[in-house]
Design a protein around this ligand. Structure first.
Ligand code: LFR
Length: 500
């Protein structure tokens, strides 16, 4: 059987990558052809993405992919959620691209909390989160009313890069579902939500499902015979697709990157006052089903602490040494509530942690190891609390926790999660989002029958690491094997602190 090569453009908030997937004899091999750091930057009192730099990196990566794999068949783009580009009819950006951590949405968020939130939740299934596209667009329009005339379309980031690649302006379903503007079921964008936030309905088109072919690459001559596929645009949807879940259910998913996205797959949304109070987001998979999840702060805390200490782990060896140091550090008597808004975008994460501990009668750790340990233990507790909330609200019982993303190689974090949740944590590889992105392309090209076939094939390969809950969190970690894995990867995995 002939090999087929597809390129996944996978954009994270702190790093991006172009990974070529080669499918041959029911196995997926990953080759990372380009990786680059990403960050939002301040300008005055706001924060912005460098959209031109991102496009330049994408072009570099895709040209390299084509050079190394001349038979490259397709490309798909996924990214973090909610952020978007407002363009005119000719596709020209008419407003700077704000980063979701910018705090311009705070007043709108308070207004929504005070009035109308239950109605918006019933219509969209998305709770009141500071970064929602709904709140961002509301702020943009109220500050710059003329934008209603200047902008003709709102494209989420993967939609925008799909447009640059293929010339087609579309809104893909999974990424649209992060906005708090998409209706439940097959309703498309919600008139109730659009009216509430004062957003022109004409900015959006009926969402397309993942797997839609958008045509051939137009703007990069070297790639003109390559097909652009609208994969699940949301990285979390891709990461969930890449987890070899048991067909009978019982698995909780964690996509662990800048954020920890803890959730599961469901035919129906989880709604109602208790779900809203628990901030359950009913985001969508590429095929339209739901993935009720809760978003808790993730490796962002770790990345920011390392920055404060001036440490940038360059490779796996340095990272392993850091984790070893953290394992030797004493446990903090007080853990962090990782959902505390103080950790969203502080000037110094270390100072924010110290202040939090002092407020809760704890003591700041003595050194970097202590901070790493504190963050991992706190995240583990955050994951376990989310699992318990989901069990309460859905009536389901989760037998295993499947984890993918940068945090999947952080054994301190995986063990802390297993201990706090009392369930085994099964490591499902780090490049979940890119793998799910590639799966969607392979299905669109007719090379793999469907997602459950892909997951089944994935699950049959190599045994993977499992962290079993320890009776006492003082005993050492205990790794075994379970039937959940990714097939061989030809690339060296990135440092675990690089994340979405
Ligand atoms: C992760 C992620 C989360 C989303 C957050 C902000 O990369 O996509 O799912 O809630 O970024 O968009």
């Amino acid at each position: 059987m002939k090999s087929i090569h597809c390129a996944a453009v996978d954009l994270g908030a702190t790093s991006g990558r172009i990974i070529v997937g080669t499918w041959r004899q029911d196995q997926l091999r990953l080759d990372e052809v380009h990786r680059f750091p990403n960050q939002f930057r301040p300008l005055g009192s706001h924060h912005y993405w460098e959209i031109t730099a991102l496009w330049a990196e994408i072009c570099t990566g895709l040209q390299e992919a084509k050079r190394r794999f001349p038979a490259l068949a397709a490309v798909g783009v996924d990214s973090w959620g909610v952020d978007h580009v407002l363009v005119d009819a000719a596709g020209r950006p008419v407003f700077p691209v704000h980063a979701y951590r910018d705090d311009r949405t705070q007043p709108g968020m308070k207004r929504l909390a005070a009035h109308g939130l239950a109605r918006i939740y019933a219509a969209t299934g998305i709770p009141n989160i500071f970064y929602n596209t709904s709140l961002q667009l509301e702020e943009t329009i109220s500050r710059f009313p003329a934008i209603r005339q200047m902008a003709k379309r709102c494209l989420f980031l993967p939609d925008y890069f799909n447009y640059l690649l293929s010339g087609r302006m579309e809104n893909e379903l999974s990424i649209a579902s992060t906005s708090q503007l998409l209706g439940l079921g097959a309703a498309g964008f919600s008139p109730v939500a659009l009216r509430r936030f004062g957003i022109p309905a004409s900015w959006f088109s009926p969402p397309i499902k993942a797997g839609t072919r958008l045509g051939r690459v137009q703007n990069l001559p070297a790639l003109r015979d390559v097909q652009v596929v609208a994969v699940p645009g949301h990285d979390t949807a891709c990461a969930y697709d890449a987890m070899p879940a048991a067909p009978a259910g019982g698995d909780l998913f964690i996509s662990s990157g800048t954020w920890s996205l803890v959730g599961f797959e469901s035919e129906t949304p989880v709604l109602g006052p208790a779900a809203l109070a628990a901030r359950i987001s009913n985001e969508r998979l590429g095929d339209g089903r739901y993935r009720p999840l809760t978003n808790i702060a993730g490796l962002w805390l770790l990345e920011q602490v390392l920055k404060d200490f001036g440490v940038q782990p360059a490779n796996d060896r340095t990272w392993t040494a850091l984790i070893k140091g953290a394992e030797r550090a004493p446990r903090s008597a007080v853990l962090l509530d990782v959902a505390d808004p103080a950790f969203v975008n502080p000037r110094s994460m270390r100072a924010a942690i110290d202040a939090y501990l002092r407020r809760h009668h704890g003591r700041p750790p003595a050194g970097l190891g202590g901070y790493l340990r504190l963050v991992c233990d706190s995240l583990g507790h955050g994951h376990a609390a989310a699992l318990r909330r989901f069990e309460r609200l859905s009536g389901l019982a989760f037998k295993r926790i499947l984890i993918t993303g940068g945090g999947a190689k952080n054994r301190l974090l995986c063990q802390a999660t297993a201990d706090a949740a009392g369930r085994p944590v099964v490591v499902c590889g780090q490049e979940g989002a890119a793998t799910g992105n590639l799966a969607s392309q392979l299905i669109a090209l007719g090379k793999v029958k469907d997602l459950s076939t892909f997951r089944g094939l994935l699950g049959r390969r190599q045994p993977s690491i499992v962290y079993h809950p320890r009776p006492s969190s003082l005993s050492s970690h205990n790794a075994g094997t379970a039937p959940c894995s990714f097939s061989s990867s030809a690339r060296t995995m990135p440092a675990a602190t690089e994340s979405r």
